[in-house]
Design a binder for this molecule. Sequence first.
Ligand code: GLN
Length: 304
Amino acid sequence: MTDLAALLQDIAGQMRSAEDRGKVADYIPQLARVDPGKFGIAVALADGTTHHAGDALEPFSIQSISKVFTLAIALGRLGDSLWNRVGREPSGLAFNSIVQLEYEQGRPRNPFINAGAIAVTDAILSGHQPREVLGEILHFIRVAADDPDIHIDEAVARSEQATGHRNFALAHFMAAAGNLRNAPDLTLGTYFHQCAIRMTCMQLARAGRFLMTAAGGARMVSADRVRRINALMLTCGHYDGSGEFAYRVGLPGKSGVGGGILVIAPGRASIAVWSPGLNAQGNSKLGREAVELLARKMGWSVFG
Ligand code: GLN
């Protein structure tokens, strides 16, 4: 049997010394300050044990990984009626693309591109105050991770609020198309704050356990939904890099521009990796390489 702890150390060592680390996101000024030399990886196994290496206990901005948690909350709250407002197809375009939204009359392709995630946040905001919804999102994640020490980084939220013109464009376009129920400012304020949640790899791996086993996840999300959220992560979790991630890693994953990726090996493990430098599609460059190595060495793949 492969020694997972040793393997993680080995992967962290390799990734630490990698020269081409990708490019840290700079369109959110606060994220541009993060050290590109960081690398962390953590794995929560189905047997309840956890393993980690590198900077796995250092918090980072989860950004779009938050979209997995808001999707789970929205499906729990609204059920399948959510799909009237957002689709389930890969977009083949950048996470913040605007062009497709106009072609498709304001109904975003899937819940993991920005437009789709803004629609999902808008759906859970209806009838509530932004701070109540943010409280619910944090509560969900803290329960999933079994760790109360998970918070929002206000400076990151403010930084994105000040520079998030593309997201404002997406939200206003959806409002014009009748696919936003709340004032764009309120929906986006909530969205920017959910993206600004800070977590360590260890916390994120533990929080992802509800997606690891359909049976084990039943406590928070029904078995059927666990399978479906995983299907969406596999097909849409890396935007226009989703096909490449599925090809190389063979597991459902969700990336964020903070450089984190949450990856699920169904029935086996919940994996979180963090390396701030991104590839051209806005996904963690070394993060992908690290989970590709891990999945291959462990024989983890949804394709057998
Ligand atoms: N908050 C970021 C944005 O909306 C999230 C994008 C991402 O992580 N891909 O631009």
